[in-house]
Design a protein around this ligand. Structure first.
Ligand code: SF4
Length: 350
């Protein structure tokens, strides 16, 4: 049994290596994580300057990053600037596509986040083989209202501990020393916590890759700030149409926003994907099929995808009879057929 599990894991790691070479280069020490390069990009900006000037400086900084125009310990760097812009956005929050424009310095947004609260953090051994052990930081709050949420006790409530960015950075360094392969920002959803995450990374000195474990419902400005920071987009692709997204996750325009963000992330500096799709009962033809087709046609057949069979009807799923059960054997079989039909070579299924 142990041998069998080990063999499966080795096969999965080989697939991941083909799909995510940059991530494995960081693990081997031949490359560095993206945020460490952003710290070496010299930018000029005034802390109190207007937002449009900060964005202009950001554009210049991104250009330097792409051209590998780096400096040793610049006085102001691109990561500092990104953190400053993200903090400014909090005053009228548009970090995610809900764009509720709450002043997060005074009040919670639609996502129920004001200041960042960490519900739990630990070395996670239950993620994909290429990620484990993964230092996973679960923030509370979420911009989705998935009726089947397995983490509803943290995603729909304000719970957890408050850390300073310096304290969080110290925890990341300890996790790295204990063998963490990456720092995995999740929730709920990490997007409302972007300012805190960027502030934290300013103090991180260890070469740990950044995994953005997200529903991919970020706004375009958040996508700009993530460019040059994220090494792996661990992006959920939940719904193949807007009707289901509205019904079960309570979000509008899901398909347009999420495909836009996957396409933007594809162009991000040295970023790679590990896309998760949770197969839902009675949603193979309307969701699994169009999602896998879109991935194959737009992100390529080499992309790393995890087609997951772990769905359990939790939280309020019993109010929706069509999803109030586990997957059937035929549904799992159909998902396997779809992976092969669309030629996704590096997919993990099950
Ligand atoms: S991240 Fe939260 S506060 Fe910001 S726009 Fe989205 S829902 Fe509103």
């Amino acid at each position: 049994m142990v041998m069998w599990v080990r063999r499966i894991n080795m096969e999965e790691i080989e697939k991941a290596k083909r799909a995510m070479p940059h991530y494995f280069e960081i693990l081997s020490g031949r490359e560095r994580p993206n945020f460490s390069y952003a710290k070496q990009v010299k930018v000029n900006f005034s802390k109190d300057g207007p937002l449009d000037e900060l964005w202009k400086a950001h554009e210049e900084g991104m250009e330097k990053l792409r051209e590998n125009d780096l400096s040793e310990n610049p006085e102001k760097n691109l990561l500092d600037l990104k953190a400053l812009i993200a903090n400014r956005i909090l005053e009228k929050c548009e970090l995610c596509e809900i764009k509720c424009r709450a002043n997060r310095n005074d009040s919670t947004g639609y996502c129920r986040v004001k200041e960042s609260l960490v519900a739990s953090d630990f070395l996670h051994l239950g993620e994909e083989p290429e990620l484990i052990p993964s230092y996973t930081i679960f923030f509370s709050g979420c911009n989705f209202r998935c009726v089947f949420c397995q983490n509803w006790d943290i995603s729909q409530y304000r719970v957890g501990l408050r850390y300073s960015p310096k304290e969080m950075a110290a925890k990341i360094s300890i996790a790295y020393a204990e063998g963490a392969k990456n720092v995995n920002f999740v929730g709920g959803e990490p997007t409302p916590d972007l300012p805190f995450i960027l502030e934290t990374l300013r103090y991180v000195k260890v070469p740990i890759p950044v995994v953005w474990n997200s529903n991919m419902y970020m706004s375009e400005i958040t996508m700009k700030l993530l460019d040059g920071i994220v090494d792996v987009y661990l992006g959920d692709f939940k719904w193949g149409n807007n009707e289901d997204a509205l019904k079960y996750s309570k979000v509008p325009s899901y398909w347009e926003v999420v495909i836009r963000n996957f396409l933007l992330a594809k162009e991000h500096h040295r970023a790679e994907f590990l896309i998760r799709h949770l197969v839902m009962p009675n949603h193979l033809e309307c969701c699994t099929k169009p999602i896998l087709r879109w991935i194959a046609e737009n992100l390529g057949k080499e992309v790393r995808v995890n087609v997951m069979f772990q769905y359990r009807p939790e939280y309020r799923a019993d109010k929706y009879p069509e999803i109030a059960r586990m997957l059937s054997y035929d549904e799992m079989k159909r998902a396997v057929e779809l992976v092969s039909e669309f030629g996704l070579k590096n997919a993990m299924v099950g």
